[in-house]
Design a protein around this ligand. Structure first.
Ligand code: GLA
Ligand code: GLA
Length: 747
């Protein structure tokens, strides 16, 4: 990559906290005053005070307003806005103003426009209509960031730098000539030697061998299937290049204001193209944007996943919810307004999972432009509206939760997620089309419904401290990352891996000798061939420890054998492989050598006998293996479960409960359907967030976590204070229909 400025040599210890000068949690959103006349801007400040706004993101799309013609600057309105915000005690996350280039720039330099894979040029007229790879654009962008930084370096309202906006939202992949040059530079740096590239890309296949780096193209539209590793490297390159663009601007800002923290707003949970785990170290604080999907009845679960992923990117630290919506968005096919209470639930669900901020797009609903139907804190209807009254109430709630700031969510369950594995998994010409997020979400949802709090972590994260490690469909994995999962099992954790995992290495080369290569020994399973199911086809799987009629599954089956001692929890009743193992469990000795699975491995056990015979096997239906003790209490014997098919939701729920119970993982509370309980922990105190997503009042034993199997656990009548109402409460806790309670409990 071209690096314009050196990221090294900065003393990051001197960077002040992003929320210095804010009391408690941050509350606010994107502020775009350039869309309004001055009388409205003056009213904005009054209304921000009324709602309790203490931070805004400013100047995100301000470039063309600040510099309407090249070299002609109008800063006055921005100076005034900064001063007014400061006078009102409102802090500013100030943007580099680079998220949309002014029209004069692309007219003068059409070479900076991005291109699609078929060579179509994308033109000015919306936003992010530039190639971040083009040196001319980079110069202009860095220049703009520098001007903003110099002008406001010492402004007392400046809290945080907001680099560009949702980097890669609209231009995550670019096939322009500038992108092609940058791709070749990136490949030279990654491989050094052309032979290594040829080896990694498997170019002996289809006469693709390269004699020069100059012959390499980004994977443009071509006649047949593209080279898989070229496609994968292009994904890696683009993610790295977008990060490099961030670094360029960040370094520019940092040189001028070494003490001011820098971030950019991620889109974790909804965007495939950026490997945010690899971005984390460059963000002084992780900031995320999240929008719920109006048509999805489970939209609050997807929200939770995004929040847990944000916390995972932040390495467990508190983070910033930088954007969500007060009500409808404008970009779904049917943009329904939120239900009463939904904004509050959404906002506090993010806080429950580690956000120290509640921020929105945007402050005031636009009357013109492409987002005029997008909700805001001040709606089109004005302040005589339910939405405004709800916004003011939310501001009060956020204020009341001030002491939550800085507390942390503690989880004993890890769900492993990886962007390169996602990219590789969803490529063409595979045994069938496997949608990676579906699998991640299926297991996440099952754990959510059990009340189990989950850390979403990359495969490179240390798994010490987790009793349960769930690895859904991790198609691509390095040896080192596969070893981490194995080490977790050898340390005593319960590990669960699902189909089409561990198949290829980092270069997307098959791990030979039988699937699932990287995990074959750990699981004690060896697969010879895949038998994906046809559209609409499903199978039954059954086993002695499964509920009566067994479970259903679809999409995927595989022909496997298991090693001695591996328990077949379920076998196929029907489908292409009747009698074959579908769900298995291997007891993993502490730190032991698991041996290897050879082609002459033990024949497939039948479900009935295996379930009775396997070590650590179930004592019978409904009695989960290993339910007797917590991970801490158990010996260091762990287990490795394999789910070789796509179970229905009911099947995933059953297995998730079993593995959570076996691992000794405690739910944050015994949660009724549709209720979410999450705990944030600080010194001597716990904040219990209880969110009722149903339309009926519920009661929750929020007193203390108890094992899933411990259905008779006495309700601990813990006294705490509801921070939202100030009332003292006891457990069981009543949560009104659609309501939220946040209870401070001394521990
Ligand atoms: C993103 C952008 C905002 C706005 C919202 C609309 O989050 O950052 O500028 O377009 O989407 O939902
Ligand atoms: C054709 C081609 C082969 C191979 C097969 C795959 O027959 O000639 O090179 O691609 O299809 O089915």
């Amino acid at each position: 990559m071209r690096r314009r400025t050196s990221p090294s040599g900065f003393d990051t210890a001197g960077i002040r906290p992003w929320n210095a000068g804010i009391d408690g949690l941050a509350f606010g959103g994107d502020y775009n005053p350039e869309q309004w006349p001055d009388d409205v801007r003056l009213e904005d400040i009054e209304l921000m005070r009324e709602a309790g706004v203490n931070i805004v993101s400013l100047a995100i799309f301000a470039w063309a307003t600040v510099e309407p013609r090249e070299g002609e600057f109008d800063w006055a309105w921005l100076d005034t806005t900064m001063d007014r915000l400061h006078a009102a005690g409102i802090r500013v996350a100030l943007a580099t103003a680079t998220a949309a280039a002014p029209p004069w720039l692309t007219r003068k330099h059409p070479e900076i426009l991005p291109q699609r894979s078929d060579g179509t040029v994308l033109h000015q007229g919306s936003r992010q209509t530039y190639s971040i790879h083009h040196p001319v654009f980079r110069d202009y962008a860095v220049g703009m960031a520098e001007r903003v930084a110099r002008r406001y370096a010492d402004h007392p309202a400046l809290a945080l730098w907001h680099v560009d906006n949702e980097i890669g939202c609209h231009n995550p992949r670019d096939w322009s000539p500038a992108a092609a040059d940058a791709f070749r530079d990136w490949l030279r740096e990654r491989y050094g030697d052309l032979d290594d590239l040829n080896e990694a890309w498997g170019t002996a296949f289809w006469s693709q061998r390269y004699g020069s780096f100059d012959d390499v193209l980004p994977p443009r539209d071509t006649t047949a299937f593209g080279n898989p590793t070229q496609l994968l490297d292009f994904d890696r390159f683009n993610s790295d290049a977008l990060l490099d663009y961030y670094r360029d601007l960040r370094d520019t800002l940092r040189e001028i204001t070494p003490h001011v923290p820098t971030t950019t707003n991620l889109m974790a949970g909804s965007h495939k193209e950026m490997d945010y785990f690899s971005w984390a170290d460059d963000l002084d604080v992780v900031a995320n944007d999240n929008y719920t999907l109006a048509a999805d009845p489970d939209r609050h679960l997807l929200l939770s996943l995004s929040a847990d992923l944000s916390r995972g990117i932040a390495g467990g630290d508190p983070w910033i919810l930088m954007e969500h919506s007060t009500s409808a968005v404008n970009w779904q096919s049917r943009n329904r307004a939120k239900q009463p209470g939904e904004m509050l639930r959404n906002s506090l669900a993010h806080v429950a999972r580690g956000s120290d901020a509640v921020m929105f797009f945007q402050w005031r609903a636009s009357k013109a432009g492409a987002e005029k139907y997008h909700s805001a804190l001040v709606p089109h209807a004005g302040t005589d509206s339910d939405l405004w009254r709800d916004v003011v109430a939310l501001g009060g709630a956020v204020k009341a939760l001030g002491e939550v700031r800085g507390s942390r969510v503690v989880a004993r369950t890890a769900l492993v997620l990886d962007w390169p594995a996602w990219w590789a998994c969803e490529q063409d010409v595979h045994p069938t089309q496997v949608q990676y997020p579906d699998q991640v979400l299926a297991w996440y949802k099952a754990l959510w419904r059990l009340g189990v709090t989950v850390d979403v972590v990359p495969p490179s994260r240390d798994l010490d401290g987790y009793d349960l490690v769930v690895v859904p469909t991790l198609y691509l994995v390095s040896d080192a990352d596969a070893a981490r999962v194995r080490a977790a099992a050898e340390r005593g954790a319960t590990v669960l891996i699902t189909y089409f995992s561990g198949i290829v290495d980092e270069n997307d080369h098959i791990r030979l000798g039988g699937y699932p290569g990287a995990y074959r020994d750990l699981l004690g399973v060896r697969t010879e061939e895949f038998f994906p199911l046809q559209e609409g086809e499903s199978v039954r799987v059954s086993g002695a420890s499964l509920p009566g009629g067994g479970l259903t599954a679809d999409l995927w089956t595989e022909k496997s054998t298991v090693t001695d001692g591996v328990e077949v929890i379920a076998a196929y009743d029907d489908g292409p492989l009747p009698g074959g193992p579908a769900i298995t469990r291997r007891t993993v000795p502490a730190g032991g050598d698991p041996g290897t699975v050879s082609a002459a491995a033990a024949p497939v056990s039948t479900a009935g006998t295996a379930a009775a015979a396997g070590p650590g096997g179930s004592a019978g239906p409904g009695v989960p293996a290993g339910s007797a003790g917590s991970a801490a209490a158990r010996s260091s014997t762990g287990s490795a479960w394999y789910v070789a098919t796509r179970l229905s939701d009911e099947g995933v729920a059953h297995i998730a409960r079993r593995v959570a119970d076996e691992a000794g993982v405690l739910p944050s509370a015994a949660v009724p359907e549709g209720v979410e309980v999450v705990r944030r922990v600080a010194d001597g105190v716990e904040f219990v967030f209880a969110i009722n997503h149903t339309d009926a009042e519920v009661t929750v034993d929020a007193g203390r976590p108890a094992p899933l199997s411990d259905t008779d656990a006495a309700l601990a009548a813990v006294v705490g204070t509801d921070l939202l109402t100030g009332e003292d409460v006891t457990s069981p806790l009543t949560i009104p229909a659609g309501g939220v309670r946040v209870v401070r409990v001394p521990v």
